[in-house]
Design a protein around this ligand. Structure first.
Ligand SMILES: [Zn+2]
Length: 326
């Protein structure tokens, strides 16, 4: 709310002096399709260097678990230290960079964000622990949530086509709600350091095929673009004309050459109209700038391709009205 007067002031001053108007011009709109609302735990809210997975540490099962979060860089991303600090920084960055976010996670935090900046957040709902299909349907019918995600059966070692998820996808299909499904890596040592049930094989994009066949009207996007299974991802997108991908997570954690190779391959294979920009933002507000910079610096993308990834593809996928972003 408190940012509206600032924007009006800029617009007013802009009318007075043309030069000022040009330098303060609103940034072209960006939709970040992958943001997590979570309570900040000050004990665990550590700083982080982007592209920290550039060098995976060597270690062994009988040694202390390696820390793969690298903080030894010139300009680490600072973690927010409280929920309020995170909200203020996020809303301020969203206004400055003209970003609208599809956000899922802690319901209380999400409601606060929406209250603070209703135009900047599109709430998304996952399948909460123990949530029945009926409770899920009620939540989606309530009007607050417009998207379903992040669905991440891979962390339970489960395929997205597992029948225990099928009715939930059926509800989204029936209500015309787009769904984001985590398929891809989640960092170094997922299976033996952080999530014992995690299985790399359950991130194979081909595992979506049976579920998609059962739900022909369901609209899904593959979060993390199925990284690193590019051949399977390209094959799945070829076979299923309505599947999109997002670049979240990988664009700020993996080595930059690796990210560019992956993104370039997706575009080269002809899927530039089905790539969505996303961050996987958690507790580091500056991550928005870091991630936008990576796309802006992609020399192999035309300006039109960058606008598609940042905005146009998401408008099409989520049935948004581009006029709302002017
Ligand atoms: Zn994910």
């Amino acid at each position: 709310m408190k940012f509206i007067p600032a924007i009006l002031a800029i617009a007013f001053l802009g009318n007075l002096t043309e030069g000022f108007a040009q330098t303060e011009k609103k940034m072209p709109p960006i939709i970040d399709v992958h943001v997590h609302a979570m309570k900040v735990n000050p004990g665990f809210a550590g700083n982080l260097c982007p592209w920290f997975l550039t060098s995976m540490p060597g270690s062994g099962p009988n040694q202390p678990a390696p820390s793969f979060i690298n903080t030894a860089c010139v300009d680490p991303l600072l973690a927010a230290k409280s929920d309020q600090e995170m909200q203020d920084a996020l809303v301020s960055a969203a206004e400055r960079l003209n970003v609208t976010m599809i956000a899922s996670g802690d319901a209380e935090i999400l409601h606060k964000w929406v209250q603070a900046a209703p135009d900047r957040f599109i709430p998304s709902i996952g399948i909460g622990p123990g949530m029945t299909v009926e409770a899920f349907r009620d939540s989606l019918s309530g009007g607050f949530y417009k998207v379903m995600g992040e669905i991440a059966p891979q962390y339970q070692g489960m395929s997205p086509s597992d029948m225990s998820l099928d009715e939930y996808f059926g509800v989204a299909e029936e209500l015309g709600i787009p769904v984001g499904i985590h398929m891809g890596t989640g960092g170094n040592g997922m299976a033996n350091i952080t999530s014992p049930n995690y299985r790399a094989s359950m991130g194979n994009p081909f595992l979506l095929e049976d579920m998609l066949a059962r739900h022909p009207k369901l609209k899904i996007w593959v979060m993390h673009a199925g990284y690193p299974m590019i051949d399977e991802m390209v094959a799945l997108m070829g076979a299923n004309a309505y599947v999109y991908v997002d670049l979240a997570g990988l664009i700020w954690s993996y080595p930059q050459d690796e990210i560019h190779d992956y993104l370039k391959r997706l575009v080269q294979a002809g899927f530039g109209k089905r790539i969505l920009y996303g961050t996987d933002l958690m507790i580091w507000p500056k991550l928005l700038e870091t991630s936008i910079g990576l796309i802006q610096n992609a020399t192999y993308l035309s300006e039109d391709q960058k606008r598609d990834i940042f905005f146009n593809n998401a408008v099409r996928f989520f049935n948004l009205n581009p006029e709302d972003f002017k």
